[in-house]
Design a protein. Structure first.
Length: 301
C-alpha cells in the first residue's frame, strides 16, 4: 500500500470528513433558526438574500458623498443605505429617530476613545420607514445600534481569532514553547491565502448590511477558526489520548466552531462565503499539519 493511500485511510482523515459534514449541518441549522428580535422596526431578510447579486456595492470608505444620496435603495421594502457623508447625516437625524434596542453596542464602543476614529471612518446608515440603524466597523466586525442577545454573542465570537493569536504570542514570549510558533505561522499563511490571494481573485462583495468595505469571499474569520481547529485536532489525535487532550479540544471547539455562524448572523458574510471559508480552513489546516509532521520526522532522522 502506498504512503498516499495510508494517509487517505488514516483515522484523522476519516474524522476530518465527518467533521466537515458536521460544519455544514451546523451552519445550515443555525441559519434556519436565525431571527432578529427587532421591536422598533420591521426588517425583511430578503434584502440580505438579494443584495450583492446584480448589485454593485460602493467603496464605503473612499467614496466622498457631497449630497445626501443613498448608495442603494430597496424600493420594495423602502429601505435606503447611506455611506459616510460630509454633512454628517444631520438631515436624516432631524427627520428620523434612531432605532432602539435593549443592548446598544455602539454606545459601549463609542465610550472608548481608541475606537472613535475607526467608527467615524466606517459609519454607515440604514434608513427604515420609522427609524435609523447605525452600523460601524470595529476591527473587521460590524456593530450596530440594534443589537439583541444573539448579535452580541456573534460579535464577541468575531473577535475570538484575534484574541487567540494575541494570547499565543504572549504565551510564546513567556514559555518559549515551539508549538506556539505553529499557530503564529498558521495565522500568517491563512491571511495570505484567504485575505490576500483568494479575496482579490474572486472579488465577491459582502452583504449590504455589513459596514466592512473589503471583499467577502471567502470568510477569513471562518478560515482562521477551522484551520486552527483542524490543526489542533490532528495534533492532539497524533499523541497519546488522555483527558487533557479531550478537554483541550472541547474548549477549542466551543471557541472556534461557532465563528462561521457568527459571521453570517451579523451579516458580515453570506452563508456561501462562510462555508467556503470553513472549507479553505479545513484544507489548509490539514496540509499544514502533515507538513509539520514531515518536518519533524525529517529533523529526527
Amino acid at each position: 500500500m502506498s504512503s498516499s493511500s495510508k494517509i487517505v485511510k488514516s483515522t484523522p482523515c476519516i474524522s476530518i470528513i465527518n467533521y466537515l459534514v458536521l460544519i455544514f449541518v451546523l451552519i445550515f441549522m443555525i441559519k434556519g433558526t436565525r431571527s432578529r428580535n427587532d421591536n422598533s422596526f420591521t426588517y425583511n431578510d430578503s434584502v440580505s438574500n438579494n443584495r450583492g447579486y446584480g448589485i454593485t456595492k460602493n467603496n464605503l470608505r473612499s467614496r466622498k458623498v457631497n449630497s445626501l444620496e443613498p448608495i442603494y435603495t430597496d424600493s420594495a421594502l423602502n429601505i435606503k443605505y447611506f455611506a459616510k457623508s460630509d454633512r454628517n447625516y444631520q438631515e436624516l437625524y432631524k427627520k428620523h429617530p434612531l432605532c432602539e434596542e435593549k443592548y446598544n453596542l455602539v454606545e459601549k464602543f463609542r465610550s472608548m476613545r481608541i475606537f472613535k476614529n475607526q467608527m467615524d471612518k466606517s459609519k454607515k446608515l440604514v434608513l427604515f420607514d420609522t427609524c435609523i440603524k447605525e452600523m460601524y466597523e470595529i476591527l473587521y466586525v460590524t456593530i450596530s445600534n440594534t443589537s439583541n442577545v444573539l448579535s452580541i454573542v456573534a460579535t464577541v465570537y468575531g473577535y475570538v481569532p484575534f484574541i487567540f493569536i494575541v494570547m499565543v504570542v504572549l504565551a510564546l514570549c513567556v514559555t518559549f514553547n515551539k508549538y506556539f510558533i505553529y499557530f503564529i505561522l498558521i495565522f500568517f499563511i491563512q491571511t495570505l491565502i484567504s485575505n490576500i490571494i483568494l479575496k482579490n481573485i474572486i472579488k465577491e462583495n459582502r452583504p449590504m448590511n455589513s459596514a466592512l468595505d473589503s471583499y467577502g469571499m471567502p470568510s477569513t474569520h471562518s478560515a482562521y477558526s477551522l484551520c486552527y481547529l483542524t490543526f489542533l485536532f490532528l495534533h492532539l489525535t497524533e499523541g497519546k489520548k488522555n483527558k487533557w487532550n479531550i478537554i483541550t479540544y472541547i474548549i477549542a471547539t466551543i471557541l472556534f466552531l461557532p465563528i462561521p455562524w457568527s459571521r453570517v448572523y451579523i451579516e458580515d458574510h453570506t452563508l456561501k462565503q462562510a462555508l467556503c471559508g470553513s472549507i479553505v480552513g479545513v484544507c489548509v489546516g490539514t496540509i499544514l499539519f502533515y507538513l509539520k509532521r514531515y518536518y519533524v520526522s525529517c529533523k529526527k532522522s
